[in-house]
Write a protein that binds this ligand. Structure first.
Ligand SMILES: *[C@@H]1O[C@H](CO)[C@@H](O)[C@H](O)[C@H]1NC(C)=O
Length: 231
């Protein structure tokens, strides 16, 4: 065997090895759990928060906190074999529908942290029967997502729904919304924290990183908001 042929073979073996390594690594990364230390607010912060009226953080559900698909969908949006975080059975127009729900990475941690600072409100353009079930699961008995608004509270506009923040909070200086669709907060750009849409795709490493960054930046925006409004 000539040197050329040997090099060719070696490079083939190497790329095969790299391919297998990446595949293994991705499979591992997909199921890796992240452990957080959650620190309670310091006594000083708790005291400060007790002196001011809490700001309201309005949270969208689909493609902001979670992504779901249901069994009537012809083309699943999630790679087959990706296990959902939970399954919901709801009845829509007398038909039982199963929703497979994927939580955005770090969502529980995010809720744990922001619920210490803000009054949380769910505002989704989804139907109540589905939105309430998702909110119950995310709340997980903590009582942090009690106030909820659904499709019937949205304003239909050009075939989509906008969310009227004035209708849920009389002081616009006290409210902000985290939503992946800019149409939802069209009339309240100053109150919005845009966030990239998330469609469960744990194998997409870049997107996973992006998600993490998105949450990181959300947290830092929230921190700066907290400081900005510190009275
Ligand atoms: C939003 O809600 C407020 C308060 O209920 C109301 O006065 C206003 O007309 C609503 N805006 C739209 C566009 O529906």
């Amino acid at each position: 065997m000539g040197l050329r042929a040997f090099m060719l073979l070696a490079s083939k073996v190497w790329s095969c090895f790299c391919y297998m390594f990446r595949k293994q690594y991705r499979a591992l990364a997909q199921y890796q759990s992240v452990k957080y230390e959650i620190y309670p607010l310091s006594p000083v912060s708790r005291h400060r928060l007790s002196l001011v009226k809490r700001k309201m953080l309005v949270l969208d559900l689909d493609e902001t906190l979670i992504h779901s698909h249901h069994d009537a969908m012809l083309r699943p949006t999630v790679k087959p074999g990706t296990p959902p975080d939970f399954v919901l059975k709801v009845t829509i127009d007398k038909h039982p529908v199963r929703f497979f729900v994927h939580k955005r990475p770090h969502v529980d941690y995010f809720l744990d942290i922001v619920s210490q600072w803000y009054e949380l409100v769910v505002f989704t353009a989804s139907m109540e029967i589905y939105g309430a079930a998702v909110a119950d699961k995310l709340d997980n008995g903590r009582g942090i997502l009690r106030r909820r608004f659904y499709r019937q509270h949205c304003t239909p506009e050009h075939g989509s729904y906008t969310k009227n923040l004035s209708s849920i909070c009389d002081d616009l200086n006290r409210v902000f919304i985290l939503d992946n669709s800019p149409g939802a907060y069209r009339d309240f750009p100053d109150n919005a924290i845009p966030i990239k849409s998330w469609f469960s795709d744990p194998l997409d490493c870049c997107r996973e990183t992006y998600t993490y960054t998105a949450y990181g930046s959300t947290c830092s925006i929230l921190t700066s908001v907290l400081y900005k409004f510190r009275e």
